[in-house]
Design a protein around this ligand. Structure first.
Ligand code: HCA
Ligand code: CU
Length: 458
């Protein structure tokens, strides 16, 4: 049965320009524990005193997940892992020729001794040990088997088959994992797949089918360069496609949004599972199908993640989608009126990138000649912020951009320093959003202006 080690706090913090505060790390660890991942890699305590402190605090939370500290093969690193209270230390030491020659300046025999010695040392401190042959997928296979078996004999019960450069394909991963399984002493096999070719999750799934036990993930796929498999994608793919239903899917969206906010790394709208467009339908043919039966164009129901499907209304829209949208507002129109409304929507849609419900209601009003006294769902507002004088305005702006509902941010002159255009489903959501904006460090006060009508320039 699949296991997941989430390494948002270690690999994820190796994402260029990402650093988490202690409190953020604790919140991430708690949410990960709610999801039910088996292991949380909390950091490499040798990196900095704050990383060590975070590992220590997380180890003391009493979470269900095993807490793993990452470490290079050094006694002081292993000592730190022990003193932080981690359950396990994950010791990595590269084994490929290029890493041994160019980076470590060690022969294979020297590497073997170093690896054996440090694993035995960690075991002597009572730590569980995972050994990672870094760059395993470019390591000469016979040497890889020798090193891993030496590590297992020295006391490691897990081997992380690290595709450090993301060069595997599903079929090569399947072959390698089967071959390793056949040659290794009893152990758990982890897969640490980098996503340089966009194949990380596919490689992980292929490896698990061939006998690996565990996949490493990060929230939103963070990590060095292009990262590693995204936690939500991994869980949902295994849940729906492989029948692994032991994880709690409920916190996944919250975790993803939280990570967007604290990392400043925004998801692409077309990112699978958690991306904004994952359940949004556009063409007339698709929306018509969705309205008749969502299974026509949805691989699974968005409610699995607590999400809702959306239908975009613009020039691609057909009659059924417009009728459904008007119906949501309780607006009745005749077949002839509907025809004209759709025509107008298509012509406005030719000129504009986005149509709002207020536009659709306005068109319906014009076409039917009846006043429509309805406030559209989906509010827009302008939130103006004053920033504390000792804080960089750009740091506040960066945080604001992490909120998915913030559409545009401007630094401005005048009584306020920043103005942000935000979208919200309804008043309550807007209120919550403003509360959250007020918690951004450096925000002194806010003032919010609601958008009543919006006009576009040419
Ligand atoms: C790195 C190390 C590592 C380790 C993976 C693991 C990798 O190069 O930063 O310990 O499982 O990708 O090899 O992240
Ligand atoms: Cu890595």
């Amino acid at each position: 049965m699949l296991e997941i080690l989430d390494t948002t706090l270690r690999e994820g913090e190796q994402t260029p320009y990402v650093n988490f505060t202690l409190d953020e790390k604790i919140e991430i660890a708690r949410l990960l524990d709610q999801v039910g991942v088996e292991m949380i890699e909390a950091g490499d305590p040798s990196v900095s005193p704050n990383v060590a402190k975070a590992v220590q605090r997380i180890a003391a939370l009493g979470l269900k997940a095993e807490i793993v500290a990452h470490s290079i093969a050094s006694r002081s690193g292993i000592d730190k892992a022990k003193s932080c209270g981690a359950d396990r230390v994950a010791i990595f030491y590269a084994t490929s020729k290029i890493h041994l020659d160019a980076k470590l300046h060690k022969t294979q025999d020297q590497a073997l001794d170093i690896i054996r010695e440090h694993i035995a040392y960690a075991r002597s401190l009572g730590l569980k040990v995972r050994y990672t042959p870094e760059d395993a997928t470019r390591t000469e296979f016979e040497f890889l088997v020798t090193v891993c078996n030496a590590a297992i004999e020295a006391g490691a019960d897990r081997i992380s088959f690290a595709d450090t450069l993301g060069i595997m394909q599903p079929h090569t991963m399947a072959e390698r994992v089967s071959a390793l399984r056949a040659r290794l002493l009893p152990c758990q096999i982890d897969l640490h797949c980098h996503d340089d070719y966009g194949l990380a999750l596919a490689n992980g799934m292929a490896g698990v089918r061939s006998g690996a036990n565990c996949i490493h993930t990060t929230v939103n796929g963070l990590g060095e360069r292009t990262g590693i498999p995204d936690l939500a994608e991994t869980i949902v793919a295994f849940h729906n496609l492989e029948g692994v239903q032991k994880y709690n899917l409920a916190p996944l969206m919250e975790l993803s949004s939280y990570l967007e906010r604290v990392s400043g790394f925004l998801l692409a709208a077309n990112k699978p599972i958690t991306g904004q467009n994952a359940f949004t339908h556009k063409s007339g043919v698709h929306t018509n199908g969705i309205l008749k039966d969502p299974r026509t164009y949805e691989p699974f129901d968005p409610s699995l993640l607590g999400r809702e499907r959306k239908i975009v209304i613009d020039k691609y829209t057909g009659k059924s989608a417009v009728a459904a949208r008007l119906d949501e507002y309780g607006i009745e129109v005749s077949a002839a009126e509907l025809e004209v409304i759709v025509m107008r929507i298509k012509s406005v849609g030719d000129e504009r990138k986005q149509l709002f419900d207020s536009d659709i209601l306005q068109i319906a009003e014009q076409v039917t000649g009846r006043e429509i006294d309805i406030i559209p769902h989906g509010l827009q507002a302008m939130v103006m912020l004053e920033v504390e004088s000792h804080v960089y305005t750009s740091s506040v702006v960066r945080r604001l951009r992490g909120f998915t509902s913030v559409k545009n941010v401007y630094e401005i002159t005048g009584d306020f320093d920043v103005s942000a255009f935000v979208d919200a489903e309804n008043m309550m959501a807007l209120n919550n959003l403003i509360e959250e904006i007020r918690t951004v460090p450096g925000v002194k006060r806010t003032e919010t202006r609601m958008v009543l009508k919006k006009y576009n320039g040419k």
